[in-house]
Design a protein around this ligand. Sequence first.
Ligand code: AMP
Ligand code: MN
Ligand code: MN
Ligand code: MN
Length: 279
Amino acid sequence: MTVMKVDLHCHSNVSDGVLAPAAVAETARKAGVDVWALTDHDEVRGIPAARAAAEAQGMRFVTGVEISITWANETVHIVGLQIDENNAALVDGLACTRSGRDNRGREIANQLALAGIEGAYEGALKYVGNPDLMSRTHFARFLVEIGACASTAEVFKKYLSEGKPGYVPHCWATLEQSVKWIRDAGGIAVIAHPGRYRFTPLAQGELFDAFKQLGGTAIEVVTGSHTPDQYPVYAQLANYYGFLASRGTDFHAPGESRVDFAALPPLPANVKPVWHDWW
Ligand code: AMP
Ligand code: MN
Ligand code: MN
Ligand code: MN
């Protein structure tokens, strides 16, 4: 039996990645990926190009999206897989979620100006591939460009996280909305990188319970946004809550992500993959 290399979490320049969808497909394929999903933030318009490129390269393509939500005052990301990207309610819901990103970007720039960094809106805009999707990542790239920080990770730490001078809170979709949009579009809802949120174990359990009750199916276990010691922890939690397990690099740019396509380990043997019945 051949083992398929599955990567179900990646970004293109249709959100805050740097490569066009077809170039992400090519990068994934070169690193040995057999089954691939593009999961841009709050956006499905990269999917047609991604699908065409994936099929041309002999990869099995999975439609995807990563929806920004606010839950218990914290930003959480919900991945939708196997969605119909033309579903009207999903398309409308995502458009609504994206609106406000530009104003938020202007406010981030105002805050950064107060902290002594001028021209951040225009600076970040140079990195934006989709005018509807200005992201903190684009600001991070600009701050690295001007030498304010050595890496995007440092920019987030010093400027763009909660409590820091360039942080502007934003109210995203709700958990209920995100799961409903995904399920009504025929998809599977997955909690992205659960180990990244700053929840107490109690709050995390409440998120898992609420997600399960709404019809959520899986959590990411092996992701470039987890540290390796979190893989077994979330594998065990997936089994405890009866969730399937997902895997993906959370690739944004060559050299920028924590883990490249080829380096991400497989899912632990004790979990049931979210793709277990896909082919
Ligand atoms: P936004 O949706 O505009 O709030 O931006 C969120 C994005 O910022 C995430 O999808 C990541 O790509 C990036 N991000 C968040 N935290 C960090 C971090 N600590 N280091 C690097 N990138 C980060
Ligand atoms: Mn991102
Ligand atoms: Mn995410
Ligand atoms: Mn992501």
